[in-house]
Design a protein around this ligand. Structure first.
Ligand code: FPP
Length: 253
C-alpha cells in the first residue's frame, strides 16, 4: 500500500497550514540568488497543492508573504510580486483541473493595483470550485489580523451592535480573516526553524505541529504525506482526559 493510500484510510486533517520556509537558504546553498529559491518554491506550491487535493485535505493555507516580508531588499520583494502575479495566471489550469478555490487572507490593500487585479481575477475565476480551498496568506501577520478583530469589535460595541458581555471566542472566530474555515488541524513548517512566526496565532491553539529541516523547494509530495501520517499517529486531547463515549474535541467559549 502506498503512503497516500495508507493516509487516506485514516482521518485526513481537514485543514493543513504550512509555513514554507527555506527558499533563500536553498538558493544560497547552490550559489544562486535568493529569488531563484522562490522560483523553485512556486514549483513546490504546485506539487503540495496537488498532493493535498489527492489526500482529501479540504483547506490548505500557505504562508506566502508576511507583513514583515515587505522589509526585505527591494529586488527580492519585486521578484516575489512578479512570481505571485505569474503564479496566479499560470496555475489557473491546475486550479481548475483540481477543483481548487483560491482564497486570500491578509492586507490586500498593501499590494499594487496590478497585483490586486491578478488576485481579483483568480479569486473570481475559481470561486465556483469546491474540492479544496487554497488559502494564500499574503501581507499577513496574526498580530495584524487580531488587531483588526479588536478594532472591529470596538466599532460594533461603540455603535451598540455588540454588547461587551456577549463577546465570546466564537465572536472572535467570526471576525477573523479565516472565519470561512475551521482551525488548522496540522501546522507544517519546513526549513528547520521551530517557531510560528506570527502565523494564525489564535487559530493554532490546538493544532498539531510538524517541523522538518527540509527546505521548502525540496519538500516532496511524499514528505507532505509523511506529515499527515505523523498527525494520524497522535492523540489530540484538547486539554482533556480520554473517557469512554466522550469524543475529544476543542471547546469554544
Ligand atoms: C520563506 O523562505 C519563503 C517566503 C518568504 C516566501 C514564500 C514564497 C514562495 C514559496 C514562492 C512564492 C509563492 C507565491 C504564491 C508568491 P525564506 O526566503 O525566508 O528562506 P530562508 O529562511 O532560507 O531565508
Amino acid at each position: 500500500m502506498s503512503l497516500l493510500q495508507a493516509i487516506q484510510s485514516g482521518k485526513v486533517p481537514a485543514h493543513v497550514a504550512v509555513i514554507m520556509d527555506g527558499n533563500g537558504r536553498w538558493a544560497q546553498a547552490r550559489g544562486l540568488e535568493r529569488a531563484q529559491g522562490h522560483v523553485e518554491g512556486v514549483k513546490a506550491v504546485r506539487r503540495i497543492a496537488e498532493a493535498a487535493c489527492k489526500a482529501g485535505v479540504r483547506y490548505l493555507t500557505l504562508y506566502a508573504f508576511s507583513t514583515e516580508n515587505w522589509d526585505r531588499p527591494r529586488g527580492e520583494v519585486d521578484a516575489l510580486m512578479g512570481l505571485l502575479v505569474s503564479c496566479l495566471h499560470e496555475e489557473m489550469p491546475l486550479f481548475m483541473k483540481n477543483g481548487i478555490r483560491l482564497r486570500i487572507i491578509g492586507q490586500v490593500g498593501s499590494f499594487s493595483p496590478q497585483v490586486r487585479q491578478a488576485m481579483d481575477e483568480a479569486l473570481r475565476q475559481t470561486e465556483g470550485n469546491t474540492r479544496m480551498d487554497l488559502v494564500l496568506a499574503l501581507s499577513y501577520s496574526a498580530r495584524w489580523e487580531l488587531t483588526e478583530v479588536v478594532r472591529e469589535a470596538a466599532v460594533r460595541a461603540a455603535s451598540g451592535d455588540l454588547r461587551p458581555q456577549d463577546i465570546s471566542s466564537r465572536t472572535i472566530d467570526g471576525l477573523l480573516a479565516t472565519s470561512f474555515m475551521p482551525d488548522p488541524d496540522l501546522l507544517v513548517r519546513t526549513g528547520g526553524e521551530q517557531r510560528v512566526s506570527n502565523f494564525l496565532l489564535w487559530q493554532i491553539a490546538y493544532s498539531e505541529m510538524y517541523f522538518t529541516p527540509v527546505f521548502w523547494p525540496d519538500f516532496t509530495e511524499e514528505m507532505f504525506y509523511e506529515s499527515i501520517a505523523s498527525f494520524q499517529n497522535r492523540e489530540r486531547r484538547f486539554g482533556k482526559v480520554p473517557e469512554p463515549g466522550r469524543p475529544l474535541k476543542a471547546d469554544k467559549a
